[in-house]
Design a protein around this ligand. Structure first.
Ligand code: HEM
Length: 378
């Protein structure tokens, strides 16, 4: 047995004996696509909350109408963004359980108390978003409510990063369970904190893009548009730099054998990192070019920046899966090694409904964006 392989039958539970109803590549593709969309929604939620809270707090403290209006424009969108976070989180969770259930179920049990706590935390976070929006529409300060929502969103993100990191370390499960059987395990290593940091940086970057899109709306006053565009540009640039630093830190926190498997010697890694890098450079270039050279009403450049941001996210999710495969590969787990009995008629029907569902989601976003009332809770 090679040294690299720390495989032991006792670390990983047996695979589910029921064959997969569709090829692994299809599950993987759908998982990466839906997870990319979930991550974009999470970025918008985390960054939107942070920015809205800071702007609202500083705006009321310093009497800046620009900052208060921008915080209101963001908070108006947060409950909608939350519906996307949740609805685009469910599909990748199902796909991840199908593909990586042997690892994901075990780690979920080890942190069971926090894992279950996601549901009440989510309810609190969501309720506070609505209260923020209502107060914003009445012109009242909402920074304290927003802070509560932000802290619960950060906590949920932290629980997810703990679980997704713990599932990659089967060798510590038995010891962890022997230490605590109450599901209150808390992971502290740098890997999980760096993953969390990457998602928070993404928030800073994507809320910048959100502000730029919102500044185009006809319901926003001219002075507010200029403020939101300028702030959005700076946040998108700063967030992108932070993402690059956090991305490297995530890689750096991996064990040496995982770093070797996720290096430029491997085609998959080269492709993933290239997509991520092209997306990042395209995103920053488009944002910077737009601010320096184009009119506020230009929609092509923000659209280009959004496409580049999507590319960056897809590249990140692809690399993230390669890290997962290399980590679990140390324990003899191979995601491609599954019995598949494809039921093509069910798969075809599913794909049809899936594409239609994505179309409806896109249409709903465009309806919301074109809506006349910026703030309305009647
Ligand atoms: C406020 C709400 C939420 C926040 C802030 C949030 C945040 C995050 C973060 C930060 C990660 C990345 C973890 C990592 O890679 O280390 C993640 C992954 C994930 N989240 Fe969410 N999430 C939220 C809600 C949800 C919900 C409601 C679901 C599903 C019902 C969900 C499903 C997932 C899945 C499936 C993954 C990754 C699975 C994989 O690794 O394959 N999330 N989430």
């Amino acid at each position: 047995m090679p040294d690299i392989l720390i495989a032991s039958a006792s670390f990983l539970p047996h695979a589910d004996p029921i064959p997969l109803p569709a090829p692994v590549w299809l599950f993987r593709f759908l998982h990466q696509l839906t997870l990319s969309l979930h991550f974009i929604s999470v970025y918008l939620l985390l960054g939107g909350l942070l920015t809205a809270v800071l702007l609202n707090f500083l705006g009321h403290r310093r009497g800046s109408a620009r900052a208060i209006n921008a915080s209101g424009a963001i908070s108006n969108w947060l409950p909608i963004i939350m519906t996307y976070v949740i609805n685009l989180g469910v599909p990748p969770l199902l796909f991840a359980q199908v593909l990586y259930g042997q690892a994901l179920y075990a780690s979920s049990i080890l942190i069971g108390a926090s894992w279950i706590a996601v549901i009440p935390l989510l309810i609190v976070c969501y309720q506070l978003l609505y209260l923020m929006k209502y107060r914003a529409s009445d012109g009242k300060p909402f920074a304290l409510l927003g802070l509560g929502s932000l802290l619960t969103a950060w906590a949920i993100a932290r629980i997810y990063t703990m679980n997704m990191t713990l599932m990659l370390e089967p060798s510590i499960w038995q010891q962890a369970y022997a230490t605590t059987q109450t599901g209150t395990l808390a992971l502290s290593g740098p890997a999980s904190w760096m993953r969390w940091g990457y998602m928070l940086s993404g928030g800073v970057s994507w809320v910048g893009l959100l502000l730029i899109w919102l500044a185009r709306k006809s319901t926003i006053e001219t002075e507010d548009k200029a403020f939101m565009r300028q702030l959005g540009t700076r946040l998108a640039q700063i967030g992108s730099v932070l993402m690059v630093a956090a991305g490297f830190a995530v890689w750096d926190a991996q064990p040496e054998v995982v770093q070797d498997a996720c290096s430029f010697n491997h085609l998959g890694w080269r492709i993933g990192v290239s997509v991520w890098a092209i997306g990042t450079v395209g995103f920053v270039t488009a944002i910077t070019y737009m601010y320096e050279l184009t009119e506020a009403s230009n929609w092509r450049i923000p659209l280009l920046a959004s496409v580049c941001g999507l590319l960056q996210t897809v590249g990140f999710v692809f690399c993230r899966d390669l890290i997962r495969d290399a980590s679990l590969g140390r324990f003899g787990f191979d995601v491609w090694d599954r019995i598949v009995v494809t039921n093509w008629s069910v798969v075809g029907l599913f794909l049809l409904l899936f594409v239609a569902g994505l179309g409806v989601l896109g249409w709903l976003i465009s309806v919301g964006y074109r809506a006349k009332n910026e703030v309305n809770h009647e």
